[in-house]
Ligand binder design. Structure first.
Ligand code: BMA
Length: 342
């Protein structure tokens, strides 16, 4: 079915019961929107190669904004905003790139900018966008603040290469800002947290979640997906694990929970993945077998999670779940040890 006509169907008929992990009952943990993909190259108002890996936020007026990674037809990426009243269809897409690399001022962006994660920061009354800046030294983490996704205050690179998969926590922890990110170090591709008094100077770096090893689905390389969700039980994190196989990598999603006031402390980590590439648009594209969320919105009930994910580095898709269900799944699918499982 044409994605646009499918996307216009009524909400009662929007769901498919496809998911990797199941709840205790037979209910799926994540449900794919039946009109997936919700955004693809054909929707774009200017020529592009692909749209993927979108940051997401609910604007004050209730609109959903997706800040999409666009790969242009030179192969480099920029960011472009799409807005929708229901977060599903009738996207209004900026007619030009919303945030482009500016290599004259920021040489760390010479090969483009990618994979934005958006956090609304009440103290600043602004959105913080953490994104990957790509240059000769490899990917690094850059930060920008915006009130309206039209003009941006750019901080430049805040985590030097090789580093990516970053998001800011929405509030200070013990007086300092906290950034989750994924540096590549001699120790491997693990998730770290760093703290800052001013969003510009970062320190107190700590590993918070390690890639497992061997045959695990999340062996050797992991990274944050969408920004952590604050729940009464802790920061709920959706992370990706990259399984290397003889025919390429498989990007799947897992869950972990971190202490609210000490977010470097992992309280729970799930054993199996909860979502992975299954449909044709997730299995086949520019990069096969990739699901890669960079953002979510939370429904008015405070429980529904609308997860926006890049599929096969070619389009943007939507899956919905319940925060309560994700937390209770974690309770019953824990790793033998919560933090280090090699
Ligand atoms: C990661 C990032 C993502 C991409 C994924 C699969 O390293 O570069 O932007 O979606 O690989 O290619």
């Amino acid at each position: 079915m044409n994605p646009v006509s499918a996307a216009n169907k009524s909400s009662e008929s929007l769901v498919l019961t496809q998911s990797t992990a199941k709840l205790g009952s037979d209910l799926p943990l994540f449900t794919r929107y039946v009109g997936n993909p919700i955004l693809s190259r054909d929707n774009w108002p200017y020529p592009i190669n692909s749209v993927m890996n979108a940051g997401a936020v609910l604007l004050a007026a209730g609109e959903t904004l997706l800040l999409c990674r666009i790969e242009d037809r030179s192969g480099l990426s920029h960011l472009c905003a799409a807005r929708s009243t229901n977060g599903v269809d009738n996207w209004r897409i900026d007619p030009r790139p919303t945030l482009e690399a500016n290599p004259l001022e920021f040489p760390e962006e010479i090969w483009g900018i990618e994979d934005p994660r958006i956090t609304y920061v009440p103290e600043l009354e602004q959105y913080a966008v953490a994104y990957t800046s790509f240059a000769r030294g490899g990917p690094g983490v850059s930060l920008a603040l915006t009130k309206d996704f039209r003009s941006f205050e750019r901080f430049g690179v805040v985590m030097s290469p090789e580093d990516k998969d970053a998001a800011l926590l929405p509030r200070r922890i013990g007086g300092r800002w906290a950034l989750i990110h994924r540096p590549m170090t001699a120790l491997g591709a693990h998730m770290w947290i760093s703290y800052s008094p001013d969003l510009r100077h970062w320190g107190s770096h700590k590993i918070i979640l390690e890639a497992r090893r061997g045959g695990w689905w999340d062996a050797n390389k992991i990274g944050l997906c969408s920004p952590p969700i604050e729940t009464a039980k802790g920061w709920l994190m959706i992370y990706h694990g990259v399984r290397q196989t003889a025919s390429g990598s498989i990007y799947r999603l897992g869950l972990a929970l971190f202490d609210l006031e000490r977010p470097e402390v992992c309280l729970q980590r799930g054993n199996s993945w909860v979502f992975g590439p299954e449909t044709s648009y997730e299995r086949n594209g520019d990069v096969n077998d990739v699901v890669f969320p960079c953002g979510q919105t939370i429904g008015a009930d405070g429980d529904t999670i609308n997860l926006y994910y890049g599929a096969a580095d070619s389009c943007v898709a939507l899956a919905t779940g319940s925060i309560r269900s994700l937390l209770s799944w974690l309770d019953s699918n824990l790793s033998p040890t919560t933090k280090h499982t090699f």
